[in-house]
Design a protein. Sequence first.
Length: 521
Amino acid sequence: MIESVIKSPVMEETAEDAALGPGEGAELAMPHESVLNTVRVTLVGRVALDADQKPCFSRSIFQVPEIDCGCNVLRDAQLQAFMNLLSVESKTEHSLEMGHYTMDEKAVAYLDGNRLFQRHASLLGSTGSGKSWLVAAILEQAAKLPSSNLIVVDLHGEYGKLTYASHLRVPGPEELGKTGDELLYLPYWLLNAEESQSMFIDRSEFTAHNQVMAFQDAVLSEKKKFLGTEGKADMLKALTLDSPIPFPFDNVVSELRRLNDEMVPGAGAREKQGLFYGQFSRLLIRLQSKRDDKRYGFLFHLPESEQTYDAMSKMVSRLMDFSRSRVRVIDFSEVPADILPIMVGLVARVVYQVQFWTEVTARKPMAIVCDEAHVYLPKKEGQNPIEQRAIENFEKIAKEGRKYGVAMVVVSQRPSDVSTTILSQCNNLLALRLTNGDDQGTVKRLMPESLAGLMDALPILDVGEVLVVGDCVLLPSRIRVNPPKEKPTSSTIAFWDEWKNAADKPDFAKAVENLRRQSRK
Ligand SMILES: Nc1ncnc2c1ncn2[C@@H]1O[C@H](COP(=O)(O)OP(=O)(O)OP(=O)(O)O)[C@@H](O)[C@H]1O
Ligand SMILES: [Mg+2]
């Protein structure tokens, strides 16, 4: 594969010029300019004849060509034959049809479906370059397999209309307390110790240490009580702060309030302030305000069915049971931005942990598609504690998910803002048009050095055209992706066309009411 061509002009003397000798006929000696092309190539594989004398392509290279050896450019029929060979060889039982090669529109381009998910994939491209359509194209094919298992994190409700998927929605303020197949509550008692600390404790307060200790003690004791009343005493041995056991949040708040207001017997008949007197005032305000904030309702305002011992197994079955539906889209659009990372991370962690604790023989692989990953999987620098927790959950999946059959597909329009640890674990890179220099740099750094030159094409790719590099393709390939049959609701607005048509004005009063109510319904 040609990486670059360096042209250097060469001044040549012709034979006649030389025959005149130095000085003679100087005015006639017109040096002829020619060009010496130095071609830098990357060896990507070889085509050889197999035992049946049929040409086959292999990525292993036994012999490298000698310097200055002759070379041919594949054109027309030869190129078609080669692309066809690639197409035929990459079409296997586990291949995924993506579209056609840009080089030869007749040759169908396939990806290896096993390898695409085995070692994670990243799908990167500027806004409007065709990422969501590409995701939908992959989902559509995966959904045809009898036991495929994918979860899509949808921040804008883009995938809400796909008919082959089932849809879960984190309830907004208007829907609190309701139950329904599509409502996905994320109960506070599923948060592990670190996640709840990052939500409720302010590390900068000087009493933070005591706050953590008292909060944890109260939670643990409520979890113990809950297990007792449920007749699950056998679980007590393994109980830790991180155990996903329901407990009444209000009891924890009451206990902290008691400690905060506690007076203890002092000298004589007088009372003195208890050990933690006044230390939890701010914590109590924070707990109360989070608890009362309707936007956090999916955490705290739970219907009774979400506070039972079986609630988690029911939730997991809705998240992970492929026999119900193979693709499940979770709409996080109602989750406030400040805790979005924790909530997405929570879902990922639950999936990973359940997969981890499923018996090896019963385990079925599944993939989490993280659309708009830069929003909840940002780079390490400057993260707040909430983002850090979320990223740790995903980093664990990126590093170890492969062993337990959890794959990640990281989709982002801003790769330079996405956690480098996570991106560098993605062994398949599907790059769409990328115009920003920082983002291009990030993508180039993810490439083996020999292939970085390929990425020069990033800004000139067409919409829906993707450069695929990684072990899911035989060769780094430029592919024109087939549009999915069912399209995601695109957020691309045709401004001029919209402006051309006469239109009624929107109901602004209603929009303001929606804003107050935090719901469009
Ligand atoms: N494979 C394709 N073939 C033809 N047109 C496409 C293709 N993919 C995308 N498009 C066009 O590009 C538009 C934007 O695509 P899409 O919504 O997938 O972009 P995106 O990269 O997800 O953008 P964002 O980052 O803003 O979510 C689509 O509405 C469609 O018109
Ligand atoms: Mg999109």
